[in-house]
Design a binder for this molecule. Structure first.
Ligand SMILES: [Zn+2]
Length: 243
């Protein structure tokens, strides 16, 4: 009899514990667990502020911002002064060339002012770094027009948001030191936005009787056909030439 009473009390205890546990579970599943926010509070406020500012830069996510912030923390005062001065000087001295919109410290920029360049051919690019990429080939001797972006309805970027307004006037010889522009090369990126931008500019320029060309797109040098995507392969076939 004693034994069964013991068992009963064990069973009661088990039910009691399980009951409590299950009611805890119920509470846990019904209500959101409140955990302390440890995310950014781990850092002192000035560090958090620095990380937040760095995150505002393009292509900088939270981890990269943290890495940069810690690098800045470890930087010597003289190195930090150099960095701050470089940013300030670039911001103060660099303007957009009034002719081609490239970043420059002289007006007009060195390319637009150069008599060694062919001013009858204009290469249209999206960003200043695209211009640098074309310049690196050393094969293009014409001049440029930098749009500072591409058409993108999703990002609400229309023709008015691009630096397009000064393209049409410079095609006239009287605005181009007497030189008639004979060709405009559209070197916007091979993206949906870049293609849309190229098509838009092409429609603007074609009625003027100019030669409007688009840079070829296709196989990257040194690549293998096996690893090239269908769109690139399709472009490569369309842009084939005789050898
Ligand atoms: Zn220029």
């Amino acid at each position: 009899m004693e034994c069964s009473a013991e068992r009963r009390s064990d069973l009661q205890l088990l039910i009691l514990v399980f009951g409590l546990w299950s009611s805890d579970l119920e509470v846990l599943t019904k209500t959101k667990v409140q955990r302390p926010k440890t995310n950014m509070l781990e850092y002192a406020e000035p560090v958090t502020k620095l990380i937040d500012e760095l995150k505002r830069l393009p292509s900088i996510g939270h981890k990269s911002a943290q890495r940069l912030a810690f690098h800045i923390m470890r930087t010597s005062d003289s190195d930090l002064d150099r960095l701050i001065n470089a940013i300030r000087e670039a911001k103060e001295r660099i303007v957009l060339c009034s002719v081609c919109n490239n970043l420059t410290d002289v007006e007009p920029c060195r390319i637009c002012a150069s008599t060694a360049r062919d001013h009858s051919v204009i290469c249209v690019v999206e960003e200043p770094h695209s211009l640098v990429a074309v310049e690196k080939t050393r094969s293009f001797k014409g001049v440029y027009h930098v749009l500072h972006g591409s058409l993108s309805p999703i990002r609400h970027i229309g023709p008015n948001e691009l630096h397009l307004a000064n393209l049409l006037p410079r095609l006239k010889p009287e605005n181009n030191e007497g030189v008639a522009v004979t060709e405009v090369i559209l070197a916007t990126n091979p993206t949906t936005e870049g293609e849309a931008t190229a098509n838009y500019i092409s429609r603007l320029l074609k009625p003027l009787g100019l030669r409007v060309t688009r840079i070829a797109m296709g196989m990257p040098v040194g690549s293998d056909l096996e690893y090239v995507d269908e769109v690139t392969m399709d472009k490569a076939l369309a842009n084939r030439h005789e050898i």
